[in-house]
Design a protein around this ligand. Structure first.
Ligand SMILES: *Cc1c(COP(=O)(O)O)cnc(C)c1O
Length: 380
């Protein structure tokens, strides 16, 4: 078997997977349905995720990439005709509405400037007049635009009107503060391949008692099986999983959570590295996409004039063995994204990335005011 040397993947997920996490993947497995010890292992792993999410709510790990969590929440909570407030200031926020519709929900969009964090004052005004919603969807970090939304304000505000909240925190958990219980978030959705830096393939989610109440007391049955959260209600008491668990992936996730929980400086590192990246790019003469509400896990800046995104991406990979990301939807070919999350949120890796970016831009005759990597060191 031939292996390809892996490039440095400075993307907003998947991220670099630590050697200990990769080793956990290769551990000998047991039968996860029949070996009772695995039920304890799964439960303990959920417990560690609870610590990360600051919650006492139930947590589940599901086999499937981040999108599965979004879909499972919609499938399980929404009944045909339910009114759902979809809070939208970006591609993921808007896309949430598509899942809501798919499962019969009636979508009302609250749109906010795509270049800024959600305007909470406008949302408050809106809610005074319109608040007849069963639930609301919110995106914590809009990964394509690099914007973090103030879910700490938004979710309690919605709760005052009795609206339950589903927060897509896939690209934020671990890199941004998240207090699920204090902020009264009914469901938080996460993925293995972002800040946690485990291999792609798992979703984890938290479910409040109120959300469980809705899931278990529907008028119409939940369609489908794999996304149906009600089948998980008593997995531990009954020592029964709805399907064979991806045990190796869960071993890896467990190792990854432990690494992150041990790292007391993780949040501060995400904050300070993100800030230094932004300052370096601005001082170098580049333009960030967001006007405010900057993410701590991903930085999005405009593709400078004089180069196409594709050429920039290809040269970064070919000459420097570093992968940076573009975006999709209306941002396709317009922006560049550097992921600095989880295992990639270290000065050395960001330094190498900015040094390579600096070199590629200069080679393409783009005027950079000062060396990006040196600026980064100056600001860190
Ligand atoms: C990554 C991500 C997901 C998961 O979807 P992908 O298919 O991995 O892109 C969901 N929501 C957000 C906000 C994400 O960043």
């Amino acid at each position: 078997m031939k292996y390809v040397k892996a490039p440095l993947i400075m993307t907003p997920g998947p991220t670099y997977v630590h050697e200990d996490v990769r080793r956990a993947l290769s551990k000998e497995i047991t039968n996860p349905d029949l070996d009772l010890a695995f039920y304890e292992f799964y439960k303990e792993t959920c417990h560690k995720l609870k610590q990360l999410l600051n919650t006492n709510n139930d947590v589940l790990i599901l086999s499937g990439e981040g999108i599965l969590g979004l879909e499972a929440a919609c499938v399980s909570l929404i009944e045909p005709g339910d009114k759902v407030l979809v809070i939208d200031n970006g591609i993921f926020g808007n896309g949430f509405g598509d899942f809501v519709k798919m499962y019969g929900g009636h979508v009302e969009l609250f749109q906010s400037d795509y270049e800024k964090a959600i305007d909470v004052e406008k949302l408050e005004e809106f809610l005074k007049k319109h608040h007849d919603f069963k639930m609301a969807t919110v995106v914590h970090c809009e990964t394509p635009s690099g914007i973090t939304n103030p879910v700490d304000i938004i979710c309690p505000m919605l709760k005052k009107y009795g609206i339950i909240t589903v927060v897509d925190s896939v690209s934020a958990i671990g890199g941004e503060p998240l207090k699920t219980d204090e902020w009264q978030i009914d469901m938080v959705l996460g993925g293995s391949q972002k800040v946690l830096s485990a291999p792609p393939g798992l979703t984890f989610l938290s479910i409040s008692d109120e959300a469980w109440g809705i899931i278990m007391n529907r008028k119409t049955p939940i369609i489908g099986y794999y996304c149906n959260l009600s089948i998980w209600k008593n997995w531990y008491q009954e020592k029964w999983f709805p399907y064979t668990q991806p045990i190796s992936d869960i071993y890896a996730l467990r190792e990854a959570v432990e690494i992150l929980l041990k790292d007391e400086k993780a949040l501060e590192r995400h904050r300070s590295i993100a800030e230094a990246v932004r300052k370096a790019l601005i001082a170098g003469g580049l333009k960030l996409y967001p006007k405010e509400g900057f993410s701590n896990t991903v930085t999005t800046f405009m593709v400078p004039e004089g180069i196409e995104f594709k050429a920039l991406y290809e040269e970064m990979l070919r000459e420097h063995e570093i992968i940076i990301a573009g975006a999709f939807g209306f941002l396709k070919d317009k922006v560049v994204r550097i992921g600095h999350m989880g295992e990639n949120c270290y000065e050395e890796k960001v330094y190498l990335t900015l040094k390579a970016l600096d070199a590629v831009l200069r080679k393409n005759k783009i005027v950079i005011k000062d060396e990006l990597h040196k600026l980064f060191v100056q600001y860190i």
